[in-house]
Write a protein that binds this ligand. Sequence first.
Ligand SMILES: NC(=O)c1ccc[n+]([C@@H]2O[C@H](COP(=O)([O-])OP(=O)(O)OC[C@H]3O[C@@H](n4cnc5c(N)ncnc54)[C@H](OP(=O)(O)O)[C@@H]3O)[C@@H](O)[C@H]2O)c1
Length: 181
Amino acid sequence: MDVQQTDKIEQICEDLSQIIGGLDLMIISAGIGHLNKNLDFEISHDVVKTNVGGFTCVANWSMNYFQKQGYGHLANISSIAGLLGNGIAPSYNATKAYQINYFNGLRKKVKKLKLRIALTDIRPGFVDTTILKGNGLFWIAPVDKAAKQIYAAIRKKKKRVYVTKRWALIALIIRLKPSLF
Ligand SMILES: NC(=O)c1ccc[n+]([C@@H]2O[C@H](COP(=O)([O-])OP(=O)(O)OC[C@H]3O[C@@H](n4cnc5c(N)ncnc54)[C@H](OP(=O)(O)O)[C@@H]3O)[C@@H](O)[C@H]2O)c1
């Protein structure tokens, strides 16, 4: 499906869950990022429609489904980019910050209502896929290595994971010394 078509998402998810005989785990991976040096609104809007609109619609549908069912697991691939601003692709980092914060909100809802819903926020650094753009990239992980770590984190129902693991160090430095970035 195209997650930008938010008016169709709920029905598609409903149909899909019936076709596959139920749903225990939803993984949101769809995401885009564009370089946008001239701050063209159409480019920013495209990113927002996928990474915010599509993400929110699928996340909400999944949460409501799992709440009704009594259990479930929602995982999202956000990014370490969500911890930082980005001068040449501001909408990408901002939408990833939104996803991270949205999951924090969902976590509070789960705790307050004592729901049996696990939430896994996956924060990759750089992985060797087509989304990677720009200069100054480092520690680029091969896809299979990243996929194995993501799979392990989901199996363990981890709350949050950095992929590859060394990016946890960068996240710590960002938190302790944001002025460095
Ligand atoms: N690679 C990295 O370094 C990195 C780092 C941090 C976070 N991430 C995140 O990881 C996730 C997966 O990205 P990736 O690295 O695997 O890059 P990718 O190879 O470019 O994959 C992006 C995926 O998103 C799907 N997608 C894009 N727009 C969509 C839409 N409107 N509706 C439905 N699906 C859509 C694409 O589907 P089609 O192929 O059908 O277009 C593709 O499967 C993204 O959320 C990305 O932000 C990646």
